[in-house]
Structure formats: C-alpha cells, structure tokens
Write a protein that binds this ligand. Structure first.
Ligand SMILES: Nc1ncnc2c1ncn2[C@@H]1O[C@H](COP(=O)(O)OP(=O)(O)OP(=O)(O)O)[C@@H](O)[C@H]1O
Length: 262
C-alpha cells in the first residue's frame, strides 16, 4: 500500500470507528479500521443497509463518530468536513450553466476569479475526455460525459482523497464499465486515493486494488464490522476489465468476497 510522500502516513485512515445515526441509540458499525494509500482504489462492499454510506459520511467529516478517529495524511480530521472530495450517484450539474462553468464552480465558490478558474480548468478537458464540451449545456451531454464533468469538478476541488458513493450506478451497463475503467486509470495515474462503496461484488473486483468486506445487520440490532480485507490480483499489462472478468483470478476473488458476505 502506498503512503503519502511527506510523512509516511496513509492518505486516508479510519481508526476504530463506531458509528450511529441517532447519537448512540442504534449502533450501525463498530470498530471500523481501514486505510487507503495514494494511487490506490479501494472498495468497501456490503449488503444494502449494512452501513456503507454511514461510514462514508464519517470519513468525509459530515458526521461525528461515537468513537474512533479519521486521519488524512496522519492529521486528525474527525468531524471536519471539506477535506476530502465526495462523488455521488447523481452528477448534480447545474442545468443553467455551461460545462466549463459547472466544473469551475468549486474554485469560484472558494473565491477564485471566474477567468482564472476557467484558465485552470480548460487544459484538463482533454485529459478527462471532455474536449469540445466546454461551451455545451449539461442537457447536451450523455450520462457518461456528464459523469466525467462531475469528476473533473470534483478533481478541481484540489483534494487528493475521493470518496465515491456508487457513482456509476445511474449509468447504463456499457457506459458504466467504460467509466469504471477510465476512472480507475485516471485515479491511479494522478496518485489520488479513492474509496468507493458498492454492493456490487463484480464492480468491486473490477475496480479495486483491495476490498474491505463489511458485514452485519444493523436493522436487526447487529452492528456491522469489517469482516475481512481482500487483495485483488490485478492483471499485469494491458488487460481490459472485460478480459480480466473472465480470468480464474477474477472469479476466485469474487467467490471469496461473496463467501465473506455470507
Ligand atoms: N436517519 C435514519 N433513520 C433511520 N435509520 C437510519 C437512518 N440513517 C441510517 N439508518 C439505518 O442505518 C443503517 C445503515 O444505513 P446506510 O445507508 O449507511 O447503509 P448502506 O449500506 O449504505 O445501504 P445502501 O447500500 O442500501 O445504500 C440502515 O439499516 C439504515 O436503515
């Protein structure tokens, strides 16, 4: 696992988080520990309702854990929002703004003059596969292109840790597969630390370097916990995600994760 260059600490670390949505009345997850290094894509998988989003909220600082700490490059940021990027299923592009102005929004909100923000964003359009869309409206773009624009907007927030809450699930199957490959390549290339939650085991094995398996049933009073950490045997060289999905290594890993989910 890669660590940040400056102090050797992981980009993101959760230490013994215990979480609740109602200040301790109902515990959703207990003693959650995980790390994500720079240049890594990590998935957190678990059945619906087991507490994945609750964990992501705590990691983003939107909520305060009952116990435990969240560290960014070794710094305690527990309960402090705004330090990591957060990608949702919906792209949340503003329909009344052209794509260039949409992706510039975080910079403009942070006080960067619009002209300067555009100058910073424009050179990135090609890298994000968005060339030619600068002057277009969100309604003119396909779902995949809109999602790329949302990723560029997130990237411009300047955080090197990104949390993803099932960001591809609103896309059709083919676009979803393309976007996963594209995103993971981009995230690794830029040295970002990405943590994605999903209940789709195929998606997790396709995307991740490592998978944390979350198990429990908080609705029945059984708080979730990390049952295991599984390393994904990523194929060497230029093997496409579709080809990887047909290999024994992929199927073995998928079987292991499904077994752990119970
Ligand atoms: N405000 C709330 N009121 C009642 N129950 C809640 C609230 N917030 C979370 N929960 C409960 O906490 C548990 C965890 O919810 P969470 O959304 O984190 O799960 P999840 O794994 O992300 O689910 P999904 O995959 O369906 O999105 C669920 O059992 C849910 O019912």
């Amino acid at each position: 696992m890669a660590t940040s260059a400056d102090n050797g600490a992981p980009a993101l670390e959760a230490r013994h988080l215990t979480l609740s949505w109602d200040e301790g009345e109902h515990v959703v997850a207990r003693d959650v520990c995980l790390v994500v290094g720079a240049g890594e894509v990590v998935c957190l998988v678990g059945r619906s309702g087991c507490g994945k989003t609750t964990i992501l909220h705590a990691l983003s600082g939107l909520t305060q854990p009952l116990e435990g700490r969240v560290l960014l490059h070794g710094e305690d940021v527990t309960g402090r929002p705004g330090r990591v990027s957060y990608m949702l299923q919906k792209d949340l592009l503003l329909p009344s703004k052209r794509i260039l102005d949409n992706v510039c929004l975080p910079l403009v909100i942070a006080g960067t003059p619009a002209r300067e923000a555009r100058a910073k964003a424009e050179p990135l359009f090609e890298r994000f596969g968005l060339s030619g869309t600068e002057r277009m409206w969100p309604s003119e773009l396909s779902g995949g292109m809109r999602q790329r624009a949302a990723f560029l907007r997130t990237y411009l927030m300047g955080n090197d840790v990104t949390l993803l809450d099932e960001p591809f699930s609103a896309l059709d199957a083919l676009t979803r597969a393309d976007m996963r490959s594209w995103y993971c390549g981009m995230s690794r290339e830029l040295g970002m630390a990405s943590l994605a939650i999903t209940h789709d085991v195929d998606e997790a094995v396709t995307m991740a370097d490592r998978i944390y398996v979350l198990r429990g049933d908080p609705r029945s009073g059984v708080p979730s916990a990390i049952a295991a950490e599984v390393a994904v045997p990523r194929p060497a060289g230029n093997v496409s995600a579709a080809e990887f999905a047909l290999t024994p290594a992929f199927l073995d890993c998928k079987r292991e994760v499904l077994g752990l989910l119970g």
